[in-house]
Design a protein around this ligand. Structure first.
Ligand SMILES: NC(=O)c1ccc[n+]([C@@H]2O[C@H](COP(=O)([O-])OP(=O)(O)OC[C@H]3O[C@@H](n4cnc5c(N)ncnc54)[C@H](OP(=O)(O)O)[C@@H]3O)[C@@H](O)[C@H]2O)c1
Ligand SMILES: *[C@@H]1O[C@H](CO)[C@@H](O)[C@H](O)[C@H]1NC(C)=O
Ligand SMILES: *[C@@H]1O[C@H](CO)[C@@H](O)[C@H](O)[C@H]1NC(C)=O
Length: 325
């Protein structure tokens, strides 16, 4: 009895200490900025990091629009948040339908937003998908899914809401682009955004996350004179359902120990996006990349001409689908 507890307990304590040490490096959004009267939109707010971001913003008294592909899931997320913040009033959480895999759904969502709100203060482009690259998956408009949802959908959404995000009343609007440090493994070929010529080796998810970072940089340049800031961030490696399409059941045996040492909870993953959305120290910053609630130095060499070409091509493909009225 005794010899076992002599080694088991210290081992468990040691493992917990290692975990705590790692957690201490992940950064926490320490400010207590309140968001009374502010309106925030969070895409993909029904699960994972997005749900925690929405909860955090609602806890700071913002009115949060949960923009989700499935309205039932959005309603359930509102329930979860309401239970967690028992004193938050009903009016603060607004479930809305938004399918980023359909340009018409995005346009429709933005029209509903514009009818209802004169101004939006915070937009969190959080939704994202990962599919294995064994077969091509496409959006409703026929775009490769990582490009279509992770980049193009948010590109269109953000552009349609730019007026609402940069009105002159009150503080600067903030746009937070949830990218990933995996962007460092990506490539952007503006002549083949739809990945028709991609090879088996292409990492289409990483490519879309690099597009997120380029988009944030180009958007910052294009909005220099407007009342809005743009922040790209990596939430860290977070234990969510993001990889559900590629993970097999037996992977969980491998993932558990790795998760224990390396993966953040969704709440921990939400810290950097919330930091970007609220931190007063960042009020004069735009177009930069953050991780662990501080600046992140990407290993990528960014080219301004790739950023502007990506922007133009993104506009072109949208115009090829959406007929001008
Ligand atoms: N987890 C990580 O380790 C990690 C690391 C770096 C970056 N990120 C980024 O963090 C963001 C959030 O991911 P997560 O880890 O929280 O994953 P998640 O739990 O799978 O959440 C993704 C969210 O996006 C939504 N979504 C997917 N396709 C959509 C569409 N067509 N229209 C609208 N919403 C859609 C999902 O809705 P459904 O529930 O309906 O599918 C879900 O709410 C992503 O942008 C991801 O790239 C994650
Ligand atoms: C809920 O309670 C917390 C602390 O108890 C407070 O900081 C927050 O402002 C309250 N939210 C609302 C909406 O009243
Ligand atoms: C941002 O710029 C304004 C105007 O120059 C200045 O008053 C303010 O102190 C700056 N804020 C920070 C956090 O640097």
């Amino acid at each position: 009895m005794f010899p076992i507890s002599y080694c088991v307990l210290p081992t468990i304590l040691f493992l917990i200490l290692v975990r705590k040490y790692r957690e201490s490096k992940w950064g926490k959004c320490k400010n207590t900025v309140k968001l009374d009267g502010k309106i925030a939109i969070v895409t993909g707010a029904n699960s994972g990091i997005g749900l925690e971001i929405a909860k955090e913003l609602a806890g700071r008294n913002a009115q949060v629009i949960l923009a989700c592909r499935d309205l039932d899931k959005a309603n359930q997320a509102c329930e979860i948040i309401r239970t967690a913040l028992s004193n938050a009033s009903k009016a603060l959480l607004v479930p809305m339908e938004l399918d980023l895999a359909s340009l018409y759904s995005i346009r429709d969502f933005c029209n509903r937003i514009k009818r209802r709100y004169k101004e939006i203060n915070i937009l969190i482009n959080n939704a994202g998908v990962v599919f294995p690259n064994t077969k091509r998956v496409e959006t409703k408009d026929g775009f490769e899914v990582h490009f279509g949802v992770n980049h193009l959908g948010h590109f269109y959404l953000t552009n349609l809401l730019l007026e609402q995000l940069s009105t002159l009343s009150g503080k600067k609007g903030r746009i937070v682009v949830v990218a990933s440090s995996l962007h460092e493994k990506g490539e952007v070929n503006p002549n083949d955004l739809n990945a028709l010529r991609a090879s088996k080796k292409s990492n289409l998810y990483a490519n879309s996350k690099l597009m997120n970072v380029y988009f944030a940089q180009e958007l910052a340049r294009r909005t220099e004179k407007r009342n809005v800031n743009v922040y790209a961030c990596c939430p860290g490696w977070v234990y969510t359902g993001l990889f559900r399409h590629s993970v097999k059941w037996y992977h969980y045996f491998l993932i558990t120990p790795v998760a224990f040492f390396f993966m953040r909870s969704p709440k921990q993953g939400a810290q950097t996006p919330v930091y970007c959305a609220t931190e007063p120290d960042l009020e004069n910053e735009t177009g930069l990349l953050y991780r662990d609630c501080t600046h992140y130095n990407s290993r990528v060499i960014f080219y301004d001409n790739v950023a502007s070409k990506l922007w133009e091509e993104s506009e072109n493909v949208i115009n090829s689908v959406i007929k001008k009225e």
